[in-house]
Design a protein around this ligand. Structure first.
Ligand code: FE2
Length: 196
């Protein structure tokens, strides 16, 4: 398809939705799930990118830790897309839609030490978890079934972030990357701390 020809599917106004919800409520939840779907698709791709680009002494631990996370996130993607369809919407699953509509930057670390990727991944997980929690709060009244799905995702996403953070944590319980607010900075700090 020619660049610029891409059009977003008109999923805002479903012709029907699940029983017990109005079409307007369905539309609101579909819209809310649109970016959750993009965020999860982005996360699955980013985790594979790290799986392929991690180097250094902890290569195999991090390389192998990430594939089960990818599998789990891919299951979340499928469930989110199918929830959108169930609500009468059209899930948007193309890379063009993701890049056009996402509100965050692309993952910024290329080939790098395991600890640098872990510092950056911690921030990636913080972003998606924060936004998922906001969606949980927003769906509290309107759709507890979607809310339940998002809570289920969070149970795993927060666990996976702990797996990442455990590599950055000191025996005293502090994170080496605590003050870093960008992926590149978190990566640099994590490497410096690991060398101490
Ligand atoms: Fe692989």
């Amino acid at each position: 398809m020619v660049k610029g020809e891409f059009t977003v599917a008109a999923s805002n106004s479903p012709a029907y939705t699940v029983p017990g919800m109005t079409e307007a409520e369905g539309a609101e939840v579909i819209e809310r799930l649109r970016l959750r779907l993009h965020a999860l698709n982005d996360l699955a791709l980013t985790l594979k990118h790290v799986h392929w680009n991690v180097v250094g002494p902890h290569f195999i631990a991090v390389h192998e830790m990430l594939d089960p996370q990818v599998d789990s996130v891919r299951a979340m993607i499928d469930a989110t897309a199918e929830r959108i369809a169930t609500l009468g919407g059209s899930p948007s699953g193309t890379p063009g839609a993701l890049v056009e509509e996402r509100t965050w930057e692309d993952y910024s670390v290329g080939r790098a030490d395991a600890i640098a990727h872990l510092g950056a991944l911690d921030l990636v997980y913080s972003g998606i978890i924060k936004d998922h929690r906001a969606a949980v709060a927003a769906t509290d009244e309107v759709d507890p079934v979607t809310q339940d799905l998002l809570v289920e995702h969070l149970r795993s996403l927060e666990l996976f972030q702990w797996f990442v953070r455990a590599h950055l944590e000191s025996a005293g319980g502090t994170l080496s990357t605590d003050a870093a607010h960008t992926e590149a900075a978190a990566g640099r700090v994590a490497v410096q701390q690991a060398r101490r």
